[in-house]
Design a protein around this ligand. Structure first.
Ligand code: SF4
Ligand code: SF4
Length: 427
């Protein structure tokens, strides 16, 4: 996006703000830091001062802008219709040109994430290095390697990369029962490299609904992290590749299984291209076909399609709302309905299910202490629910929430599809 357009987004949002402070009541960052400059209102004031030509310490500006999850909770409650996250993202993009991204981030966004052929091997090497430099697999969860070296990762878990990525052996089942059309599956990074089982389960479920499933193997990262960091050129490069791959077979649906990937494909992609750019129309076409798998199942499942199950050990399961899934994909009640139909009274709500988990793309690395503090609140809600398992339908939330698994012995954190299996009668 050119500088003029970015400045006008910032102006528009900052001028509309009436400084009532209502957004402070829901902003997870303000809730922990209790610092006005870190609230949505504070950041909008900062941007207004920058636009007015005030001389400010550039490092401080970058630090304040990084302290935002882009969760959109501020916009949800703002009566003046301000979308602070749009202004913050535009400012990051403007400052990216001036201050530059760190070279490692630039390498990741511009060279590695758009290229699955590089990203896969890079993740395998990182996992091996983690095993060498860290304390090895965590006995408690059996899922993570712990790595204590980089400050931002102190005390945190690194996900173990899967032995076989989904894209290397994708499930592409034919429609079961009455055929409804064809669906393309977008697997995203977490559900390709870390949790391929989720993508296999997605393919099974979509086929059970009556769709032929195909998986274009040249798809890549959705670009959300690069877009959020203000690296629009890198996000655009990924968008072009995904547009070509996902529209190639003219599917009825483009199915996602991660709230953040879905939100990026549905809302972020069109925003990346100017109205006179031919890619804009293609991005909008793609966006109109994007649907989260839980939304599709909720809309189209025939009675009896979902298997009734007893959770392991009879424990309860609760559901965490991913901000992107809830606010941008409008997927709120659907997962709850489905989990209730599979689990009956073993599905329970947790206090604060809508609270952010503190993941937010690179936020957890830029602001590790805030991220952990936000996660602690979530942990408290899970404890109070009495559940032994948490369902989360976003790759970023899944990884973030699994840090909790290290603190609550025996706690399971899985994608909702873990508890949702089609019955045989869908044939
Ligand atoms: S962004 Fe909206 S809610 Fe927040 S201070 Fe401005 S007008 Fe009020
Ligand atoms: S997007 Fe989220 S973290 Fe950022 S200012 Fe708004 S509520 Fe706070």
């Amino acid at each position: 996006m050119d500088r003029e357009r970015l400045n006008s987004i910032i102006d528009e949002q900052a001028q509309r703000c009436v400084r009532c402070g209502k957004c402070r009541s829901v902003c997870p960052v303000f809730g922990e830091a209790l610092s006005e400059p870190l609230s949505a209102r504070g950041k909008l004031s900062l941007l207004r001062a920058l636009q007015d030509g005030e001389r400010l310490d550039p490092r401080q500006v970058v630090e304040r802008l990084e302290a935002c999850l882009l969760c959109g909770r501020c916009a949800e409650v703002c009566n003046a219709g301000v979308e602070p996250q749009l202004a913050i993202r535009a400012a990051r993009e403007l400052l990216r040109g001036r201050e530059g991204l760190g070279s490692l981030w630039r390498l990741a966004y511009e060279q590695v994430l758009p290229r699955p052929a590089l990203l896969g091997p890079a993740l395998r090497i990182a996992t091996r290095l983690a095993a060498l430099t860290g304390s090895g697999p965590d006995e408690g969860s059996g899922i993570f390697y712990r790595l204590s070296r980089p400050a931002a990762m102190e005390g945190r878990a690194l996900p173990r990369v899967s032995g076989e990525f989904f894209i290397e052996q994708p499930s592409q089942p034919r429609a079961r029962g009455e055929r409804r059309g064809k669906a393309v599956l977008f697997c995203g990074c977490v559900h390709n490299y870390v949790e391929p089982e989720v993508s296999h389960a997605t393919a099974r479920m979509v086929a059970a609904l009556g769709y032929d499933v195909s998986v274009p193997t040249d798809q890549c990262c959705c670009g959300l992290a690069a877009h959020g960091a203000g690296d629009a050129p890198a996000a655009q490069r990924m968008a072009r590749r995904n547009i070509d791959a996902l529209l190639r077979d003219d599917p009825d649906w483009i199915v996602t299984n991660c709230g953040s990937c879905g939100a990026m494909l549905k809302h972020g992609l069109p925003e990346l291209f100017e109205h006179d750019d031919p890619q804009r129309e293609r991005a909008e076409k793609l966006a109109s076909k994007v649907i989260d798998v839980l939304d599709l199942v909720d809309r189209e499942a025939r009675p009896g399609l979902i298997r009734r199950i007893e959770p392991e050990g009879g424990g309860k399961v609760t559901y965490h709302d991913s901000c992107h899934l809830r606010l941008e994909m409008q997927v709120r009640d659907q997962p709850r309905r489905l989990l209730r139909s599979a689990l009956g009274e073993n599905f329970v709500e947790m206090p604060g299910a809508q609270l952010c988990c503190g993941s937010g793309g690179a936020f957890s690395l830029h602001c590790p202490q805030l991220s952990r503090a936000i996660l602690e609140r979530k942990l408290d809600g899970v404890r109070r629910s009495g559940a032994q398992s948490v369902a989360a339908a976003c790759g970023g939330c899944l990884l973030q929430l699994r840090d909790m698994a290290l603190k609550i012995p025996g706690l399971r954190v899985e994608h909702p599809l873990y508890w949702l299996e089609p019955t045989e009668q869908s044939d």
